[in-house]
Design a protein around this ligand. Structure first.
Ligand code: Q9C
Ligand code: ZN
Length: 682
């Protein structure tokens, strides 16, 4: 598998600038690019990337998407004087020309194509291109919304042809609707386009009917255009995550792209004067991490908007850091999507139900304006930097967010453990980890184990084999708890005994919330009384007398035989519960009689690395050598695990998940994806 992250930046793209007064365009400044790059240097991220030079996109490449008339107009502006430039600019909605604009726009196209080539050729695994002017509003025959050529659309067409790709996913997390992108691909089933955007019931620019959730694509492209309109400002981290869990990710994994492109606007981040949203920089690490699980990790992130320089550059850094494989910082804020976000999510799910197998058995139905237009001016979430003052002039608001972010980044960017993965010498996973950055630790002394364990599980210390397993697990766990390593793997003769001890030991060490996902038969049910542990037990049948509660959830699931049908359980249930809980450590254990195949288990590991700052203890029953090696490689970041072919869930399974969701969504609020069942007042 390819490794490494490409970074493409060319200072020349800062020469495109506004020469006259225009309050609409004056936010699209050269410093957007230079300050993002400076911040990347500041975090020492540039030196960790493979720096790839930009190039000019050729005329032929631009014509993959644009008309020759459009190209000729753009070309003709190179030699114009200010007055002429102003006149041509006036022909478009929100665009300005500078004599260097054409050259910069060609570099922006070429930089995007260089990124596609670097990833598709296997030179790197993923990467980011910092470009100006942006692209996603630009249309076949028109500049629009600061965009001249549609960089990402050209990149998709180029990738389709040069590498004969049949499925490309474009994720547009910019706060504006990339209507240009929609027009270009709406009849094309080979490009799945997802965009969320500030909409406010069509009040917000570009104020188009076709930006609403019912624009699903045309002709053969029906179902391949996903619009998620935000009808309120103030959307935050949990709204964005809910959109990924309940809309984008199920469809993206069913689509199974060969390449993922991101129209990466950061005007959807906190402090942005255009977006007016509340999402903090670390949310982009999570979004990036999710998308890295698709297309074997082939991910190209291409800059679009973002107008609060500090918010923009911190968010760019979070994205690049995640592409490089650093642990994902813990998400902050209350984990509950707002009513308006849930309404939008429900509507887009209903609109797409006819086109996606993952939605086939979901009982989605449309909902009209519960939190109606009359509340338009109400914010969905309060800005964390402005919680105590409601009225502020723009400039104060900007400085306030700057100060908030300065402190916020210090709080969330904790030191990265020097080593990724720990295992003990005896552990069968060690063999395949040896060439990697693994820390081989010595088993804990058995007398020490006895002393530790007899305090809470006296019975366990009688069996010699169990004692050995505990000694090996505790050695690995201690490395994780003391943050010398990020994750670790241990084998056990009785996984449930090791898990029970691991959970108690972590709490005694001072961890406040531990998430345990247990796959297979569990002989010892850990004590979850005080809420410091959350167990999700995945097994074929309800095993124990123990009934579901907030902190012990039994998910009866037997993986189908034809492929991986576990996606719906992971996106629709496990991730929402896990993100609601916000654990500081995740324990994933595989015991005897597991009801999930290797693909399903790989999916769990891939996605749960986004939680608890990527701290994971893997505990595998010692008979599972093959599984142990796959998990070990995944933890060390050596390979993107293979999740197997997508198989839709049966009606029975969808029903099972619905019952669990109805039971638990009042406790674990990220589960909410519709406003029925008394969540709203209506
Ligand atoms: N009254 C990008 O973020 N606003 N473009 C126009 C007209 C234009 C944003 C307002 C915003 C364009 C790439
Ligand atoms: Zn934008």
């Amino acid at each position: 598998m390819a490794s490494g992250t490409a970074l493409i930046y060319d200072e020349e793209m800062t020469s495109h600038k506004l020469l006259w007064k225009d309050p609409v365009c004056d936010i699209e400044v050269p410093e957007r690019l230079s300050s993002s790059y400076e911040q990347l240097k500041c975090y020492h991220l540039v030196e960790r990337c493979v720096c790839v030079p930009a190039r000019e996109g050729s005329e032929e490449e631009i014509l993959l998407v644009h008309s020759s008339e459009h190209l000729e107009v753009a070309k003709s502006t190179q030699t114009m004087n200010e007055e002429e430039l102003k006149r041509v600019s006036g022909n478009y909605d929100a665009f300005f020309f500078h004599p260097s604009t054409y050259r910069c726009a060609r570099l922006a196209v070429g930089a995007s194509l260089q990124l596609v080539d670097s990833v598709m050729s296997g030179k790197v695994c993923n990467g980011m291109a910092l470009v100006r002017p942006p692209g996603h509003h630009s249309q076949r025959n028109a500049a629009n919304g600061f965009c001249l050529f549609n960089n990402v659309a050209i990149a998709a067409e180029y990738a389709k042809r040069k590498y004969s790709l049949q499925r490309i996913l474009i994720v547009d997390w910019d706060v504006h609707h990339g209507q240009g992108m929609q027009y270009i691909f709406e009849e094309d089933p080979s490009v799945l386009y997802f965009s969320w955007h500030r909409y406010e019931h069509q009040e917000f620019w570009p104020s188009l009917k076709e930006s609403d959730y019912d624009a699903v694509g045309l002709g053969r492209g029906k179902g391949s255009n996903i619009n998620l309109p935000w009808n309120k400002v103030g959307m935050g981290n949990s709204d964005y995550l809910a959109a990924f869990f309940h809309v984008l990710l199920p469809m993206a994994f069913e689509f199974d792209p060969e390449l993922v492109l991101v129209s990466s606007g950061y005007d959807s981040g906190i402090g942005d004067p255009e977006g007016q949203m509340n999402a903090t920089p670390e949310v982009f690490a999570h979004l990036t991490h999710f998308l890295m699980q698709l297309a074997n990790g082939k991910l190209c992130v291409i800059l679009e908007g973002g107008y609060h320089l500090k918010s923009l550059s911190e968010s760019v850094c979070m994205t690049v850091k995640t592409l490089l494989g650093d642990p994902v910082p813990q998400i902050t804020g209350e984990m509950e999507p707002c009513l308006s976000a849930i309404e939008s999510i429900q509507n887009v799910r209903a609109a797409h139900k006819p086109y996606w197998k993952c939605l086939m058995y979901e009982d989605t139905s449309f909902l009209q304006n519960l939190s109606t237009k009359s509340h338009l001016l109400e914010k969905a979430n309060t800005n964390p930097s402005a919680q105590h003052e409601s009225k502020m002039i723009n400039k104060d608001e900007k400085v306030k967010v700057e100060m908030f972010l300065e402190l916020h980044m210090k709080n969330i960017l904790l030191p990265v453990p020097p080593i990724k993965t720990a295992a003990t010498i005896g552990c069968k996973a060690s063999a395949c980890l040896l060439p990697l950055s693994i820390c081989v630790v010595k088993e804990m002394d058995l007398n020490e184990v006895k002393a530790l364990v007899s305090a809470f599980y006296a019975d366990l210390v009688k069996e010699y084999e169990t004692l050995l397993s505990l000694g090996s697990m505790l050695a690995v766990l201690d490395k994780i708890l003391t943050k010398q390593v990020c994750n670790g793997i241990a084998e056990s003769s009785t996984a449930s005994a090791s898990v029970a001890v691991a959970l108690q030991h972590s709490l005694r060490f001072g961890f406040q919330r531990v998430l345990c996902i247990f796959v297979g038969d569990m002989e010892i049910i850990p004590n979850i009384e005080d809420g410091k542990i959350l167990v999700i037990h995945i097994c074929e049948k309800q095993q124990s007398e123990k009934t579901n509660s907030k902190h012990y959830i039994s998910l009866n699931w037997k993986e189908g035989t034809e492929g991986n049908d576990f996606f719906s359980a992971v996106f629709g249930f496990i991730l929402p519960v896990a993100y609601s809980y916000q654990a500081n450590l995740t324990v994933i254990a595989v015991g005897p009689n597991r009801s999930l195949g290797i693909n399903g288990i790989s999916l769990l590991f891939g996605l749960l690395r986004g939680l608890a700052e990527s701290r994971i203890l893997a505990m595998i029953e010692n008979t599972e050598i093959n599984l142990m090696q796959i998990v070990a490689k995944a933890l060390a970041g050596d390979s993107t695990p293979d999740f197997g072919v997508y198989v839709p869930p049966t009606q029975e399974k969808v029903h099972k998940l619905k019952i669990l969701r109805d039971q638990l969504q009042h406790e674990w609020k990220m589960l909410q994806c519709s406003v029925k069942n008394g969540i709203s007042g209506n």
